[in-house]
Design a binder for this molecule. Structure first.
Ligand SMILES: Cc1cc2nc3c(=O)[nH]c(=O)nc-3n(C[C@H](O)[C@H](O)[C@H](O)COP(=O)(O)OP(=O)(O)OC[C@H]3O[C@@H](n4cnc5c(N)ncnc54)[C@H](O)[C@@H]3O)c2cc1C
Length: 372
């Protein structure tokens, strides 16, 4: 049987960020296992926003955590680029959302007010402005807004990244700094023991002191065996990509962003479709129509690719960070927005795993809130 100090199950955005943090903290032999061929891999299929905008409406703890993650991205992003030698197409130059009617605006004004008040109580500043049409158009001088746009919201310290480059950079740096990555092995079972845990894959058995379950939706089956019912459900998002265009959209918007290569990503739908990663004509139509309402010039772009992906969502949208009952060496990290949260998954979370002392700021982001 092979041995590691810590085994991380899942090499997606969450697992890779955490594994990287563990090797940087000199946590001993760290082994990251990923079955690789799974279809539910949102880490390779997401929109790439690094933001706290509108996060934590249901939960002040998560709102503050998401805010902190973006503050830390300012250091985490450039450091990762330097260590990996991979440019991430990363920028923290703001994220916006246009309003196409008064109703949309009214909802965002109320939510922004709520988040600002929450932040004030919790000692930080939620940065978001509500802009009129003229002010919003000044953010995007090279693209004419559609006539329906009445204004928008804008937060100047949110941002975006190429999520594929981010994942590659985290995995590369992790390996360069001594981590072991085994792709193509699927964990079948976690067998807890007194002081050690056995991890059985479809190929091999491993023994380790600590286990981190960061397998997205794959975590549900693994933890079911141990009597833990994860409160996760799938929520599909569909994305479409256009052909390359000259740079013209300097900031990402919730619906549209221009990538470093020049393509426009359009999305993202929110649908209950189980684990079906298919795409639908309805979603493509509706997304494309909205993008054109926003920027009429987009009617001239060619749509070249599309895909669906499954979000890893909890009942209250906040992530889960916990150990499982009776086994304080088996850690669970699951939830949405793992791109935005990668900075903290690579810093505070690994320190918790090594020390066993859960930081106060995430005390309430555990399983107990769901009575698991
Ligand atoms: C359409 C869409 C848009 C999104 N946009 C954004 C965004 O703009 N910003 C943002 O922050 N987040 C966004 N997200 C969310 C983000 O993509 C996810 O939070 C993130 O990908 C989750 O990463 P993960 O590593 O937790 O899970 P996953 O990406 O699911 O990774 C889990 C990994 O575990 C592996 N695995 C599973 N079971 C096993 C097993 N038994 N043995 C070994 N390996 C296993 C899988 O192969 C997989 O690689 C978006 C998601 C979607 C679907």
């Amino acid at each position: 049987m092979k041995h590691a100090d810590i085994i991380v199950i899942g090499g997606g955005a969450t697992g890779a960020a955490c594994a990287l943090g563990l090797v940087r903290e000199k946590a001993g032999t760290v082994l990251m296992l990923d079955k690789t061929f799974g279809i539910y891999r949102p880490s390779r299929a997401n929109f790439g926003l690094t933001g706290y905008l509108l996060k934590g409406l249901n939960d002040a703890v998560y709102a503050k955590w998401a805010f902190k993650a973006i503050q830390e991205w300012a250091e985490f992003g450039p450091q990762l680029e330097q260590d990996s030698g991979i440019s991430l197409d990363f920028a923290l130059n703001g994220v916006g959302e246009p309003f196409l009617c008064e109703e949309e605006k009214a909802v965002r004004v109320q939510q922004t007010q709520q988040l600002k008040e929450m932040a004030e109580v919790n000692g930080y500043k939620y940065n978001c402005e509500i802009l009129d049409r003229y002010e919003f158009s000044q953010l995007i001088p090279k693209m004419e807004l559609g006539e329906k746009v009445i204004g928008g919201m804008f937060s100047s310290d949110n941002g975006h990244v190429n999520p594929l480059f981010m994942l590659r950079a985290m995995r590369k740096t992790y390996i360069n700094e001594g981590g072991i990555f085994i792709a193509g092995e699927s964990v079948m079972e976690i067998i807890p023991g007194q002081s050690h845990t056995i991890i059985k894959t479809n190929i091999e058995s491993y023994v380790c002191s600590k286990v981190v379950v960061a397998a997205g939706h794959g975590s549900t089956r693994l933890l079911n065996h141990l009597g833990v019912k994860l409160p996760l459900f799938p929520l599909r998002g569909q994305l479409m990509v256009t052909n390359r265009q000259p740079p013209m959209l300097p900031i990402p918007l919730f619906l549209v962003r221009q990538t470093g290569e020049g393509t426009f990503m359009i999305g993202v739908s929110i649908e209950q479709a189980g684990h079906d990663i298919g795409t639908t004509v309805e979603a493509m139509n509706s997304q494309a129509k909205k993008a054109i309402e926003l920027f009429p010039i987009m009617a001239e772009f060619n749509w070249v690719r599309s895909w669906g992906a499954i979000r890893v969502i909890t009942q209250d949208d906040s992530p889960v960070y916990d150990t499982i009952p009776g086994h304080d060496n088996i850690f669970v990290l699951v939830g949405h927005s793992a791109v935005s949260l990668a900075s903290l998954h690579s810093s505070i979370i690994p320190k918790w795993i090594i020390s066993g002392r859960k930081p106060k700021e995430i005390e309430n982001l555990g399983l107990r809130r769901f009575h698991v």
